[in-house]
Design a protein around this ligand. Structure first.
Ligand code: GLC
Length: 493
């Protein structure tokens, strides 16, 4: 496998944070992506088709909502995200546990409601934080008493309830697991945790065995903040393959410093947080995005993205061959926030009409996008995601031949839209009324009666999310976007 530029960029990001992500593109006629490493990638098929999942950050940190002793440590204050409270406020493990665990009693928690909200939004998989960096386990475990059954009044296995509900409602279920960073058991602020390194690795092994054996089909293992010890990571990856051969493993099993070729068990590349590649991804790749600043629940963070931004982001992820894992941070009572369900419902409505332009599609047939938006493709149909329109309609180059048919996906009658084709530049023009049916993203299906052929001489550039600052300030300029989450890259802190 040709080493791609991913590693280089990630390294830069870790040090400078301001560097935008630029990814390699290898023209792939069919637009299909490949797995990072495992030769047999049949277990990736559902994941590639899914394109859209729910990320859930929930745990003891949700009790505080970013605050500690009257000070707000949330990301909107410029610091780390709310789930990093223990570290941001330098709270020793025993104090953090003593203060928060007795308060963790989310009696409103209803797995069926969370899963149906994800399903209604058009999401195909759910990934929840089973153990985050603070070391607290949201499942029943023999490895430590620092878990929801033994340390809190709640005494319900959250992973059990959610995994069963996902199975019931036909969504794939996975867990986020912080395997390397554990501020309670392993080390915190350069001081040892409750266990020595060997004991800690035992805990991880027991935890993985429990998560991989006690909760049915575990479809995704979303490890986070990998270490540089490849042997340690490989042992954990091998355990997953052994107990759940179909599980899809996140590249964060390894640190970004580990060369790609050495990441034996990584199935997909997990981009740095909230990042959209500025080119097509030829390998299985996922980005995760917050709806506001913080991943974990935060009391004061009102930097909500609009539904337009989320739908636009989803379309651009599809156009660049990337899955989107969209985050929710439920409150300590166990509820999704109204702002979250509202946006998920809107995305769900859009997906009901336009889902075929996302699910099971491959990235854009042309290696650029347009002032009006971008493309996804499935077989002989190219989907135009019109994110902005002008009275004179839209046009695109790069595809050879006149389409057989073009219509709005939102039009049940699929009435033909007027199309003209100029063979000299291979330019196709489509008349689109200035007020396109859906200002968030109007999808036009362009059908060809032969396999799609691209013009290798075609010239074009990327217009959307091309640079970190621009892609965020651009969001800001949009009237209905309101105040927005500005990832660290923009603040540069
Ligand atoms: C980063 C943050 C972590 C968050 C994760 C989500 O690793 O440290 O808190 O859970 O990103 O992608």
């Amino acid at each position: 496998m040709k080493p791609c530029k991913v590693i280089l960029i990630a390294l830069v990001q870790v040090s400078l944070l301001a560097t935008p992500a630029v990814m390699a593109t290898a023209d792939q006629p069919t637009g299909g992506t490949t797995t990072l490493n495992s030769p047999d990638d049949s277990h990736m098929e559902w994941w590639r088709d899914a394109r859209f999942g729910m990320f859930i950050h929930w745990g003891l940190y949700s009790v505080q909502g970013g605050d500690w002793k009257g000070k707000d440590y949330g990301k909107e204050q410029g610091g780390a995200s709310a789930e990093w409270l223990m570290n941001s406020a330098k709270i020793p493990g025993p104090e953090y546990r003593k203060a928060l665990a007795p308060q963790f009693n989310p009696t409103d928690f209803d797995a069926a409601e969370w899963v149906s909200t994800a399903k209604e939004a058009g999401m195909k998989y759910v990934v929840i934080t089973s153990k985050h960096h603070d070391g607290f386990c949201l499942f029943d475990t023999e490895a430590t008493d620092y878990n929801v059954m033994d340390a809190t009044p709640f005494k319900r296995d959250i992973i059990k309830e959610l995994s069963e509900e996902c199975a019931k409602q036909g969504l794939k279920f996975g867990v986020y697991y912080s395997q390397f960073k554990d501020w309670y058991h392993r080390s915190f602020q350069r001081k040892p945790g409750t266990l020595n390194n060997e004991e800690y690795l035992d805990l991880v092994e027991k935890n993985l065995d429990e998560l991989l054996s006690n909760y049915g089909d575990m479809a995704v293992l979303w490890f986070d903040v990998g270490g540089n010890n490849v042997i340690e990571a490989d042992q954990q990856g091998a355990r997953v393959r052994e107990l759940q051969p179909n599980a899809v493993i996140c590249s964060r099993l390894y640190s970004r410093k580990v060369p790609e070729g050495k990441r034996k068990y990584a199935d997909f590349e997990s981009l740095p947080d909230r990042m959209l590649p500025t080119e097509r991804m030829t390998q299985d790749t996922e980005t995760c995005m917050t709806m506001r600043h913080n991943w974990g629940y935060d009391r004061n963070d009102d930097h909500w993205k609009s539904s337009k931004d989320i739908i636009e982001f989803l379309a651009l992820c599809g156009a660049r061959g990337v899955n989107l894992l969209l985050n929710v941070g439920p409150n300590p009572e166990g509820n999704l926030l109204p702002e979250e369900t509202e946006r998920l419902q809107e995305v769900g409505q859009w997906m009901k009409t336009n889902g075929e332009s996302i699910y099971g599609t491959s990235y854009s047939p042309v290696d650029f996008d347009f002032w009006w938006g971008a493309m996804t493709q499935k077989d002989q149909t190219v989907y135009l995601h019109v994110l902005e329109s002008k009275p004179e309609g839209i046009e695109f180059n790069g595809i050879v031949g006149k389409p057989a048919k073009a219509y709005f996906l939102a039009d049940p009658a699929r009435k033909d839209l007027p199309v003209t084709y100029d063979a000299s530049g291979h330019v196709t023009k489509i008349e689109v009324p200035a007020n396109a049916p859906d200002p968030r993203d109007t999808v036009i299906a362009v059908e060809y009666d032969a396999p799609v052929v691209t013009d290798s001489d075609a010239k074009g550039k990327y217009h959307w999310y091309t640079s970190r600052s621009r892609r965020h300030t651009e969001i800001r300029k949009r009237a209905n976007a309101g105040k927005h989450a500005l990832p660290e890259a923009v603040t540069g802190k």
